[in-house]
Design a protein around this ligand. Sequence first.
Ligand SMILES: [Zn+2]
Length: 336
Amino acid sequence: MSMVSHLHQLFNADTCQSYIHTLRWKDRPLQCPRCHSHNVGPWGTYHYQPGLKRYRCKEKACKRTFNDLTGTLLDSSKRSLIHWILATFLLCLSCSSRRIARELGVHVRTSYRWCWWLRNAALSYEIGRQLDGTVEADDLYHTAGHKGQAKQGGAKSLGRKPRGRRKKREPGRGHYDKDRPAIIAWISRQGGVVVQATRDFTVKTVQKAADLAVQVGSRLYTDSASSYRALQGYLHAYVNHTKKEYARGEVHENRAECLFSLLKPYLRVFRGISKTNLPGYVGFFQFLRNFHQLTAFEQAEMIVYAALDPAIASRARQGDFVQCLDHFNLLQTARN
Ligand SMILES: [Zn+2]
């Protein structure tokens, strides 16, 4: 039995509706989503959705009706608000979309789509985040292949030999083309993290990643990798792991390594990730870490608040925010 059937006695549709209503118009003026006029008035309710308030635009040229959900991510969903609120909550507890589908009793594809939309809505808080102060950096390679179904449905041709279980991976450093892209984490000692999925770990890519994530002139502590040593524009110091040096006074990158010890189990939950989807997952992890002082439900409330903004909702549906994260082609080379 799904979680919702256990909880529906406790959750009241009216209470959910008024919660969403408060969140929808909190700090936002009541206005028509189409012509943006503030000249609107109440216009009854719906039989099939008790508690959902309807309004009518009084502008002569418009005269159309709308409700609390018009234009938001939750608009015209067949599922109740309880489903949406719980899905967001479970997403913040880092559940996989399959787990959410089972708990809520919705189809896997429904929950997969919701997860992507909601992750995108969360990313709206992370676009353009830049760190300053003292920043630690570290990198790791994560196996990410071509998970997912073929566009036409059915089994997808891999275009390579299956990796197979316990098979040794290709030698050398990871690379996007070897299904092993790099992940770079930047963590400020003053608070804030940025986690980026990049195609490789060359000097050029790392410089580009640093320019996006860290303010010029900041203090930067890393390990002795040559790509970090070539960085320009920062006050750089490094520890030499090959000489068993892990901390020299305040120069160390233990926070960045600690962040990876949280990222790895987070990614493991999904049982393999497609390399094209990696920025979305990593970006959502960044959101969770940047608001880690909040409880999962407070984080979920932030996401629902963003999802109730029509401007964010339409961008989230199109996956705009994930593309923004990879705006400078950190992960994929420019397609020409
Ligand atoms: Zn209007």
